[in-house]
Design a protein around this ligand. Structure first.
Ligand code: HEM
Length: 496
């Protein structure tokens, strides 16, 4: 009854277990249990059925009520730092396990993190991201032997996009120059690249496994711990080195490194060393890894799936790339502004499969929010303190009032849209700090790939494109959302 009272005025859906609650996540998403994937599975009926763009999901057995909104206007209010909302610790646990950081903090603490992280994202950083992405693309084609081939079959694109985005982060965010071909680690040690992958893959396992279990002879758990220790050691070492380099610079010596972590350390040292502890720097570094790895890998993965389905969109993009950088001329950072269609196709994929699929906040005081019915009628609802509200990013991106024919893959809807309105990165003051980093990397990678290759689906015998889309382009949710294995064929292009 308390749950219902706290969400008065908003249509209520009653379920046994709250979405993402421990018990609820163990059971699959079905008509009766939201589970982990209801936002995707229910996207076309939940708001329609309740005639409202905002619905409260109230559990009667397990978990707390949560108000889900698919309205952009409501989302803007919820995400605005001027309003009485904050990120609760239990909603950021997965990221908190690596230390406090910009993502997990609120109020003045968040501003402090932002002051240290902000200066690390500059045009110079994006220039470096472009150069590294371009150079890694060529390295990948050469190391994988694609340079000598006219056709390449990729049964699972994400194997490559995972590795690609990780190496770019390693080079541009941490200043660790990993190559496509990894060097063998010393006996008993774990390679940095393997540690990165292990840490990313084991985020949830590490969160739910009690500490005492690491004393048991379970090799998988020991690997997770080793990966985490390796990464933590490298992060601390990077920070130590940067601190020394900064002191040397003040004395007129030392090299000026430009990776994100170095710039963070520099900003911290300039502010005075008490502005952020080493542990918080490590926390932020871990978060950058989390924020920038799977998000990119997922969207690239599904972008190649969509491009393989829509040949006409590929042709448009190819012409745009050729107009900016014909044939073998280098595709440079200065050309990025001419590659609108390339960027729009990445963003449109992110709309349909948004890695950051839910943004959770709790009220700290009374607030009045706008309320939209599906009929178009507008009213207001009042909420008291300690009510959990979640921006349902999947619902928002499938709301027909904001995106007509939402199931259609239509990159043109993003032509000319300003970067701050690209909702896949959230909106308002706490929108993604790495937005420009991500778009630079995305644009450079896709421009290089699509100038060289045409993309086709690898279908099963007798399978149509529609059937392929239904089978392959289905969302899965863990910490982020994306599709599974995307099987495509790259076919070398004849020049225009
Ligand atoms: C396509 C790729 C990406 C997507 C879709 C994405 C999406 C998002 C979203 C939705 C948020 C807001 C989360 C919330 O408020 O709860 C966010 C925050 C953030 N992202 Fe990204 N992100 C991407 C790539 C990156 C990259 C490459 C970096 C850095 C290298 C990055 C760094 C951050 C940071 C630092 C925040 C926290 C901002 C704050 O709380 O003030 N992201 N991102």
């Amino acid at each position: 009854r308390n749950g219902c009272k706290s969400v008065a005025g908003i249509p209520i859906m009653t379920v046994p277990c709250a979405p993402f609650s421990l018990l609820g996540s163990l059971l699959p998403t079905s008509r009766f249990n939201p589970g982990m994937c209801f936002q995707w599975e229910w996207r076309n009926w939940i708001y329609e059925r309740y005639g409202s763009e905002t619905v409260a999901i109230v559990p009667f057995l397990f978990g707390r009520p949560i108000i889900y909104t698919s309205s952009l206007e409501v989302s803007r209010e919820v995400l605005d730092t001027k309003n009485p909302f904050l990120k609760a610790e239990d909603a950021t646990q997965a990221v908190l396990q690596y230390g406090h950081n910009i993502f997990t903090s609120n109020g003045d603490e968040w501003k402090r993190h932002r002051r240290i992280l902000g200066p690390a994202f500059t045009t110079e950083t994006y220039n470096m991201v472009w150069e590294e992405t371009s150079s890694l693309y060529h390295e990948m084609c050469s190391e994988e032997g694609w340079d000598a081939k006219n056709t390449v079959d990729l049964p699972a694109v994400k194997v490559f996009t995972d590795k690609f985005s990780l190496i770019i982060l390693s080079r541009c965010a941490f200043g660790v120059p990993l190559g496509w071909k990894q060097e063998k680690p010393k006996e008993g040690e774990m390679a940095f690249g393997d540690a990165l992958l292990h840490v990313m893959d084991s985020c949830i396992a590490r969160l739910i496994t009690p500490r005492w279990m690491y004393w048991l002879p379970v090799p998988q758990l020991h690997q997770i711990e080793k990966a985490h220790r390796t990464l933590s050691d490298v992060m601390h070492k990077l920070i130590r080195e940067q601190r020394q380099a900064f002191s040397a610079e003040k004395d007129g010596e030392g090299s000026k490194r430009r990776d994100v972590v170095s710039l963070m350390v520099r900003a911290r040292e300039q502010e005075g060393k008490f502005t952020m502890s080493d542990d918080e720097l490590v926390g932020n570094t871990f978060f950058l890894l989390f924020a920038g790895h799977e998000t990119m890998a997922h969207i690239w993965n599904s972008t190649l799936g969509f491009l393989a389905l829509y040949e006409d969109i590929q042709v448009d993009m190819y012409k745009e790339i050729q107009a900016a950088a014909p044939d073998d001329t280098p595709i440079t950072f200065s050309m990025a502004s001419q590659l609108d269609k390339v960027l729009a196709c990445f963003i449109e994929t992110g709309r349909l499969f948004s890695p950051g699929f839910v943004l959770v906040r709790d009220t700290t005081d009374n607030i009045v929010l706008p309320h939209f019915e599906r009929s178009g009628a507008r009213s207001q609802v009042g909420l008291g303190p300690d009510v959990r509200v979640a921006v349902d990013v999947v619902g928002l991106h499938h709301n027909p009032r904001h995106f007509s024919e939402p199931e259609e893959y239509r990159p043109s809807r993003w032509y000319g849209v300003s970067e701050s309105d690209v909702s896949i990165f959230s909106v308002g003051p706490r929108a993604c700090t790495g937005r420009r980093f991500a778009l630079t990397e995305a644009c450079c990678f896709l421009a290089h790939l699509l100038r060289d290759w045409r993309v086709e689906i690898i279908a099963r015998p007798g399978e149509s494109k529609t059937e392929w889309r239904q089978r392959v382009m289905r969302a899965h949710t863990t910490m982020t959302m994306g599709v599974g294995d995307v099987p495509v064929r790259l076919i070398r292009r004849e020049r225009l």
